[in-house]
Design a protein around this ligand. Structure first.
Ligand code: F6P
Length: 368
């Protein structure tokens, strides 16, 4: 058993997603009710640690937030203690402010820090570890791309939104005999596109893990027409790319931990397919709608279990680990294992094979 914990800090980093407040609520209540530990909330992710913006979080502060989207603490997917921009002439200059962050944490009496984040925030946490502030990570992201866990919270809620979008697009696709392309998020992993495509019965699913060829995509749609199915739904992950081609980049965010913002594949695909096929095509970009709104029941429960376990692991003396879901159990894994590589879709895996068996094209081979 490690030294008794008196006060722990918590921050929510990276893109917001449904379920963050459920985790915060669970951390604050478990710490206070079961262990008599104080919790300090750090505002706007690592920005609050750098700028020393923290506030106590009492159980009364987290009442009524279980079903609320976003995060009551605020978040940031730009701020990195190891690379803080400083004002200067010409090109921006950067400073390592990690020591200052640790001093800020110590001034507030923090014995441990819980970082609720995706691979960017947890990679920073991994770099901060071993310097006197023990860390427990909680896996958050709609992208579901963190290693060492079967699921991140937030993914299920995003999947629900994306699936509903596929369902809704069927209406116009069928009525107007159109090809409707839906672009979904996910960065370099195709989990949202794959699972929403399967759940919504998409005809073509394009994911980063399986480079596609436009002629194959067009042939799959044309073949549907020959069978009398005069519409098609294409679900494209923002990170999907043609064989030998590049991903479509929407913008770059200079100071971000991951500066590349993907986006634009949907419009590009609709345009290209319009040229390959004599059919009307339209693109819909789901964007941040996937991160908004109330968490699903599944994410509320998973978030609660993660938050409770993070505090229990801390009290039990675990350090520099991430809570994770393995099968039906919540466990812990070393932080470095969680950030070593992204967890991506297995192109030969059971989910892809199941989709192929029901006739879904991934645009990588000619239709059967
Ligand atoms: O990581 C979550 C995510 O929503 C990705 O799916 C997406 O590529 C990215 O964040 C968008 O970032 P931003 O909110 O900065 O536009």
């Amino acid at each position: 058993m490690a030294d008794r914990l008196r006060r722990i800090g918590v921050l929510t980093g990276g893109g917001d997603c449904p379920g963050l407040n459920a985790v915060l609520r669970a951390i604050v209540k478990t710490a206070a009710f079961d262990h008599g530990i104080d919790v300090v909330g750090i505002e706007d992710g690592y920005a609050g640690l750098i700028q020393d913006r923290m506030r106590p979080l009492e159980p009364s502060d987290v009442g009524g937030i279980l079903a609320r989207g976003g995060t009551i603490l605020g978040s940031s997917n730009r701020d990195n203690p190891f690379r803080v921009p400083v004002d200067g002439e010409g090109d921006p200059a950067y400073r390592d402010r990690s020591t200052q962050c640790l001093k800020n944490a110590s001034r507030h009496g923090l014995d441990l820090l819980i970082v609720i984040g995706g691979d960017g925030s947890l990679s920073i946490a991994n770099d901060l570890k071993g310097r006197g502030l023990p860390i427990i990570g909680v896996p958050k992201t709609i992208d579901n791309d963190l290693a060492a866990t079967d699921l991140t919270f937030g993914f299920d809620s995003a999947l629900e939104v994306a699936t509903e979008a596929v369902d809704r697009l069927h209406t116009t696709a069928m009525s107007h005999h159109r090809v409707m392309v839906l672009e979904v998020m996910g960065r370099y992993a195709g989990w949202i596109a794959l699972e929403a495509g399967i759940a919504g019965g998409g005809d073509v699913i394009l994911i980063p893990e399986i480079p596609f060829e436009l002629p194959h995509v067009a042939a799959a749609i044309r073949e549907r027409w020959f069978r009398g199915r005069t519409f098609a739904i294409v679900v494209g992950a923002e990170g999907a790319a043609p064989v030998g081609g590049d991903r479509v980049v929407a913008s770059t965010v200079a100071d971000s931990t991951d500066p590349i913002r993907l986006g634009g594949i949907g419009t590009w695909l609709a345009d290209q397919l319009g040229k390959h096929l004599d059919m009307e095509t339209r693109a819909t970009v789901l964007g941040h709608l996937q991160r908004g709104g109330v968490p699903t029941a599944f994410d509320r429960i998973l978030g609660t279990r993660y938050g409770v376990h993070a505090v229990q692991a801390a009290v039990a003396g675990e350090r520099d680990v991430m809570v994770c879901l393995r099968g039906r159990n919540i466990e812990t894994a070393p932080l470095e294992e969680a950030v070593r590589e992204l967890r991506r879709v297995d192109p030969q895996g059971a989910l892809v094979n199941a989709a192929r068996s029901v006739g879904t094209s991934f645009g990588d081979r000619a239709p059967r």
